[in-house]
Write a protein that binds this ligand. Sequence first.
Ligand code: PLP
Length: 466
Amino acid sequence: MSSQPSSQPGPKPNSFAARDAAYHLHGYTNALKTEKEGGFVVVRGDGPFVYDENDKEYLDGLSGLWCAALGFGKEQRIIDAAVRQMENLPYYHTFSQKAPAVTVELAERLVELASLAAPMSKAYFCNSGSEANDTAIKMIWYFNNALGRPEKKKIIARVKGYHGVTVGSGSLTGLPLVHKDFDLPIKNVFHTDCPHYYRFGKAGESEEDFATRMAESLEALIQREGPDTIAAMFAEPVMGAGGVLTPPKTYWEKIQKVLKKHDILLVADEVICGFMRTGNQWGSQTFGMKPDIMTMAKQLSAAQMPIAAVLISQRVYEGLRDHSGKLGSWAHGITYSGHPVAAAVALETQKIYAERKILDHVRAISPVFLAELKSFADHPLVGEVRGVGLIGALELVKDKKTHESFDASLGVGPNLIRIAHDHGVILRPVADSICFCPPLICTEGQIREMFKRFRAALAETQEWLK
Ligand code: PLP
């Protein structure tokens, strides 16, 4: 094997990259690396493309952070909606029975949309997916106190699940680095098995049998902890940041049966899957999930303004309502909850999705996307190909037959991503899984272009590994 592909050279003095390294602390970043190499600073966008300060073009195959559904170009209608709102009412809040009109409109729209998956009663707004999941945890605890069952508080999430980084949502996230030295998870959060059949299925075990084993393992965890102490399970329909892990056949049917038996609420984290990513409005629809609570963010506003929401069923709402009456207040609220400018942008985004028939487009383009992904199935470095709608991943392995992974210290996935970056395509590694989640508006040509650039990077990686 030749030496590792070299990292970026240091930034030019006074460039944005150098100033970024000097003044800006990034999320999910090795800060030492930023100091040495400078940041990657983006100055403009156009469709699925972004441009750096030297005007080099990159196709962002991850929609930024799984969110820029309409890409990175100018959307005049969204600009106009934001400006109109700023002219009319740039801010109002949602405490004490008050609300901006546009926030009410958005709540109505989301409750209506959610009914495609499961009947929901009310929307509560937040500013990020993390905050939405934190809020959902608090709602669940409050709900069970309202019902007079204070012991029913434990929450189950999954190994490799991703739900955010705040104290509550970061505890739900099942990735070791999100916990390590942050003193997480908090008590009462448990992680059940990761349903990744390719990695964790046993020899000779069918996908359906694997799903049964996952449900049995969940049941065993519930029995160990005591069914009367478990309040809810949080889960993404497709596990995104864990490496785009699509559920095995029959998984959701079996998991929901267990939850129902023990009166455990299901929270569908639709932060990535929501708004058409999996080929339906909701990931819950794609996989037959009937949640009691849905959290959403990202594509809610096509990422053009920070906004997130928690939608709750009538049953959960009634618990909150009656308890708030008893205590005098549902004493949870955020200054920018349902911010009118963000709500106006989200509402306009939803209108654009409907008028431009984005769902039809996703369904039309998904077969091209999935066929391109599958075209890598025979590649010697590719162990598993997985995907649905417009989200997918390729898992790179050392040995196709045994599924043996590369030594993590080689950094095969991250190095491939760096090479791909040089080839003008931005993707995301989760260990050695390469994730794809292009803007929903990509044309067939742009999807093919993304894979063409990636293919060149994969060929270079293969050379490096020789
Ligand atoms: N839930 C899921 C499924 C996510 O993928 C993310 C972020 O990637 C979050 C929650 C957290 O959202 P945010 O980064 O907006 O806090």
